[in-house]
Design a protein. Structure first.
Length: 399
């Protein structure tokens, strides 16, 4: 299937427009990283605490922010998880908001901040552990197990936790939702527990030292991938092909990271995975163009290299539009409908697919032609310089 046949677009003739476009976006990203937003690293790299909270009703983000700010948590990130009907929020605290000496400090601070009217005489069932619930049941013994209470109530406590966490997503809105465990058990729970309107589903903690290690590993992963591709293209084609492709991929990475800085979106481990994906995707697209150039150089020996490159790009244009277009539609769907969890990953791919396809045509190919033209001019100059003394010697002999 082909969208275009026998196209004759002068891509190299527009190289200065391409260069201007690349410079504008590259410089804007660099300025943003240096002077405006910096490189917005997520908790994965900077260290901190990530808490997933399930609410029993649609939460008011403004009130959540105000409560956390009142509790002294000023440097945090709040975002929705999943569909709006799930009533889930992710709260990320930066490194200075947590303490390695007490790994649950961030969790407890968030629970205290979100609890509007804490009951000092009872515990919060939505944020109580299995062991706390079990101890309460054994103490109250609502089912009158007597000496067998320690052996009987673990199953009841597990059933309560399953109803809360599996059936209701981590938060119970009413004690009536626990009727399956029996009225005596529910009545006993009401004596020792109350129900808040939220429950902490998950807590992930990344120490600052681990965050720095992840930063180093992410940089090395990108660097090693570029070096490996350079060596492969050097072996497969020529060194200049590898250099041009690596420069194009570096250009893609720079603009993508710059886009994150300009929009002030956090860079997480999933974003690094997306960047490595676009590195491979852009490189593959560049290799397709280079392979066609190599074939045409052998077939069209008498033609100018710039004309051969233009013809090669036009010949692969239909394939580029098909593959890149379909991939772009897929990642665009992820960005629009994938939710907050996939937002950074899909945003990186949306930018990367566009820039990666563009750079194969507008960066890698013109760089290859510019180098070959420079090498041809240099070789002609060397021949001229070498022939000049011989001409002078002939003139001397003629005299």
């Amino acid at each position: 299937m082909e969208f275009f046949r026998n196209t004759n677009i002068d891509f190299l003739g527009k190289k200065w427009y391409f260069l201007s476009f690349s410079l504008i976006f590259s410089v804007a990203g660099i300025l943003s990283m240096l002077f405006w937003h910096g490189v917005p690293l997520g908790v994965d790299f900077s260290g901190g605490t990530i808490v997933t909270v399930k609410f029993t009703h649609p939460p008011d983000d403004g009130k959540i922010r105000a409560a956390l700010d009142h509790a002294g948590l000023h440097n945090f990130k709040l975002q929705r998880l999943g569909q709006a009907s799930s009533n889930e929020r992710l709260i990320a605290l930066q490194e200075k908001e947590t303490s390695e000496a007490a790994l649950d400090q961030g969790k407890n601070t968030i629970i205290n901040a979100l609890t509007s009217a804490p009951d000092s005489t009872r515990k919060d069932l939505n944020n109580s552990s299995y062991q706390t619930i079990l101890d309460s049941l054994i103490s109250k013994d609502p089912l009158h197990f007597g000496p067998d209470a320690a052996q009987k109530y673990p199953a009841v406590a597990q059933q309560i936790v399953a109803i809360r966490d599996k059936d209701n997503g981590g938060a119970i809105g009413s004690f009536d939702q626990l009727n399956a465990v029996g009225a005596p058990v529910v009545q006993a729970l009401q004596q020792d527990f109350y129900l808040s309107d939220f429950g902490v589903r998950n807590v992930d903690i990344v120490g600052p030292q681990v965050g720095k290690q992840l930063q180093t590993q992410a940089k090395l992963a990108v660097l090693y991938s570029l070096m490996g591709m350079l060596v492969y293209l050097w072996f497969r084609f020529e060194l200049i092909y590898g250099v041009a492709a690596v420069v194009a991929v570096f250009h893609d990475t720079l603009i993508t990271v710059g886009a994150f800085s300009l929009t002030n979106q956090e860079i997480s481990l999933t974003v690094i995975a997306a960047i490595l994906t676009l590195v491979g995707y852009s490189m593959n697209d560049t290799i397709v163009v280079f392979d066609r150039i190599r074939e045409n150089v052998k077939l069209l020996r008498r033609e100018n290299l710039a004309d051969i490159v233009n013809k090669s790009i036009n010949q692969t244009l239909s394939r580029t539009i098909l593959t890149s277009g379909l991939t772009f539609l897929t990642v665009l769907s992820l960005y629009l409908f994938g939710g907050e969890v996939l937002r950074g990953f899909s945003f990186a791919l949306v930018i990367g697919i566009l820039i990666g396809t563009y750079s194969s045509i507008a960066v890698a190919a013109p760089m290859l032609v510019a180098y070959q033209d420079w090498r041809a001019r240099r070789k002609a100059g060397q021949i001229q310089a070498a022939s000049l003394p011989a001409a002078r010697r002939e003139k001397v002999r003629a005299r």
